[in-house]
Design a binder for this molecule. Sequence first.
Ligand code: KE4
Length: 432
Amino acid sequence: MSTETTTNAALFARAQKVIPGGVNSPVRAFRAVGGTPRFITRAQGAYLFDAEGRRYIDYIGSWGPMILGHGHPAVLEAVHRAVDEGLSFGAPTEREVELAEEILSLVPSMDQLRLVSSGTEAAMSALRLARGATGRSKIIKFEGCYHGHADALLVKAGSGLATFGHPTSAGVPAEVVQHTLVLEYNNVAQLEEAFALHGASLACVMIEPIAGNMNFVRASVPFMRRLRELCSQHGALLVFDEVMSGFRVALGSAQSLYAKAIPGFEPDVSVFGKVIGGGMPLAAFGGKRAVMEQLAPLGPVYQAGTLSGNPVATACGLATLREIRKPGYFEALASSTRSLLEGLLAAARDSGVPMVGDCEGGMIGFFFADRLPQNYSEVMATDKERFNRFFHAMLDRGVYLAPAMYEAGFVSSAHTAQDIAATCRAAREAFA
Ligand code: KE4
């Protein structure tokens, strides 16, 4: 590699010639925070290394998958073995059955699941399944929740509850989102009204139970309890999009937290991704047998994928799940994450900077505000400029936070107490 392409800026200029925006996923382009994206050459443990040889403590973890940190020996060993056996067969393998059994053993709300290659594909398929299983077309989603980029889910709130959504992306015809109603997260009154108006024609409600795509916002227990009641009452399926929260906020995912607070609580369909692939392209959606049996080849709802259940990806996911289900794993991870949050908030407090935050398991979020936002508009009212300055001040000090204030952060089991302490020291310098 010649010298002129060893800097991040040179690589970014070169990338932009051949890839739109120089990235294969928009949030990587740093457009929300400004500056030049770091081109990563390798990663190990809690660290990323960029093209200029800089080391960063990594709090993105590939946007969630790298819960064990980078290069965990058990995961690499499993992947190397799988690679030697074959990259893809397009035929069933025992390992995808093992992975399905492993996931189902940790998510009692599901009888069966299907493996796919991305969270988008899983959420899109879950939506089609809900519509096929109920014979209904209308759906509800919430402002600030992201469920991948399938057309019907790229939609923003209409001008009120009677009107349906408008596309958030070019290329999505209005007809495609005319059945999608967008409500305010944590707003029980809107739920009541929407179900009163449309309950009989609702196929499903899709929700991120802990919303990681507006940084970190929990669905309140009263809201979630009422949502479950209304879905049951009107025959709409409750679809939990746990692509981000799944196996990240708890071993039993976010649904296990709501099951503790609401006796008998279960979603009808769940969507997973990220952690269950351990960094390889793998996601899943599942639910009760009666719903899942609507899927081809058994039922009328079509869904398919060349690399679904890929033998290398399933090896990576299986090795990851077998590590995180070990006794004490999540207690230790949650403790690291809490000490990070407490350290950051203490640094802000000592500098007179208004900062709030929340965390659960290995997922963390913080806002420059006086109180925790409960919905998208409150998140967007927090101090974006201060976040962006903080992001760069931390990046300059070797701490890689999510490059957008509406993204969550992730701690891995590879982050040591020293890494957490170094991060909090960097925050104190950044706030000074
Ligand atoms: P993917 O298609 O990116 O694997 O998953 C889509 C998806 C679905 N549901 C939830 C709750 C998600 O968080 C995601 C993807 N999350 C983003 C981070 N905000 C991935 C990062 C990116 O878009 O590059």
